[in-house]
Design a protein around this ligand. Structure first.
Ligand code: SAH
Ligand code: SF4
Length: 346
């Protein structure tokens, strides 16, 4: 007989609350279960020893609980670790842990693969396999905390997948990361990065938490952006710009614009002028990322001097700009390098 139980990792806190209400359980049981799952990594309901035996049995009848596993792990010369994390049903994603002094940042995946097809991105080359549930996203962070043996201070949805392709699941995950009963990471230290799905940006603006928004721009010239990011052709730059202004006005939070510099494509003077026109006078922070060349995509890094000139042009125009220092490139763990490793799946 097919297993008709609900995967507990497909639920967020609100989903779990609903399920326990239906079982006529008091609200504090939700906190207990979340702590077992997302703080202690309990691998069965029977292990949740402060729940009454009858409830543990009932949970076992209704929900399946299979923790994801790290099936491969690589460590970079700079301390960055990349993991292949496999879920119970066989699908696997990549997760990255980036230690820096007191900080430990986890870059987690929101989908196995991605449907957006960005030209320069390794994940985009293979299409979408499936989206992850809120618990599947949050569990990646717990696995990295356990592997490093310390608390995760920052989390970014910048691994594989487009977070706003499944807004509800992603919000559920961001809330689990922030929840004191789960990972307990401060909301400002939880960042979600989107290729520019405007409905998601609009919804995020009115959420009460102070989550940080990053938007992948990569070009302020429509024709260039259409070529680089075919999945967001339906959301033109002018609409993106006004949505970001509304986002700032509604939420009071400043979005970051991510811009992967690709030699001869979006690093020209015309592109820099367009980016200045797009951002001038607006409270955006621009993050320049010299592209990580992905084999087969034909994108190359501009030389260091060009990156510096590009940065200076923006700074001279009064735009707050930084250049991201890439980490983990020697183990293919840097931005845009993550891809499914089918050879490691069973
Ligand atoms: N899908 C989301 C989040 C995951 S990608 C998004 O696109 O925003 C995280 C970041 O890495 C994005 O800014 C993405 O554009 C960038 N990226 C993708 N491929 C890259 C590459 N080869 N070099 C540098 N950055 C890349
Ligand atoms: Fe998907 Fe982001 Fe890669 Fe584009 S850059 S293909 S949206 S993961």
């Amino acid at each position: 007989m097919a297993d008709e139980r609900v995967d507990i990792l497909s639920l967020d806190r609100a989903g779990l609350e609903g399920a326990l209400r239906a079982l006529e359980q008091p609200a504090f049981r939700v906190s207990q279960i979340l702590r077992w799952l997302y703080q202690r990594g309990a691998s069965s309901f029977q292990a949740m020893t402060d729940l009454p035996k009858g409830l543990r049995d009932e949970l076992e009848r209704r929900f399946s609980l299979e923790l994801p596993e790290i099936v491969a792990r690589q460590e970079s010369a700079d301390g960055t670790r990349k993991y292949l994390v496999r879920f119970a049903n066989g699908v696997a994603v990549e997760t990255v842990g980036l230690p820096a002094g007191e900080r430990l940042t986890v870059c987690f995946s929101t989908q196995a693969g991605c449907a957006m097809g960005c030209a320069f991105c390794a994940t985009g080359q293979g299409g979408l396999v499936r989206g992850l549930g809120p618990g599947e996203m949050a569990m990646q962070v717990l696995l990295v905390a356990a592997d490093f043996g310390r608390r995760v201070t920052n989390a970014v949805a910048m691994g594989q997948g487009e977070p706003f392709a499944q807004y509800r699941a992603t919000m559920g995950a961001l809330r689990l990361l922030n929840d004191p009963d789960a990972l307990g990471i401060g909301a400002r230290h939880v960042t979600v990065s989107t290729c520019g799905l405007l409905p998601g940006i609009r919804e995020l603006a009115s959420e009460p938490e102070q989550f940080t928004l990053a938007v992948s721009l990569h070009s302020a010239v429509q024709a260039t952006r259409d070529r680089l990011m075919p999945g967001v052709r339906t959301y033109p730059l002018a609409a993106l710009r006004s949505t970001l202004i509304d986002y700032f006005e509604t939420s009071g939070r400043r979005p970051t614009l991510e811009y992967a510099l690709i030699g001869g494509v979006n690093d020209t003077d015309a592109e820099s002028a367009a980016l200045i026109a797009f951002s001038r006078g607006l409270p955006f922070h621009v993050n320049l990322i010299p592209v990580n060349p992905v084999p087969g995509t034909g994108s190359a890094r501009p030389d260091t001097r060009r990156v510096e000139e590009f940065r200076e042009a923006l700074a001279d125009a009064g735009i707050e700009t930084s250049v991201r220092i890439e980490r983990g490139a020697d183990i293919d763990a840097a931005c845009g390098q993550l891809k499914q490793r089918h050879d490691l799946e069973e």
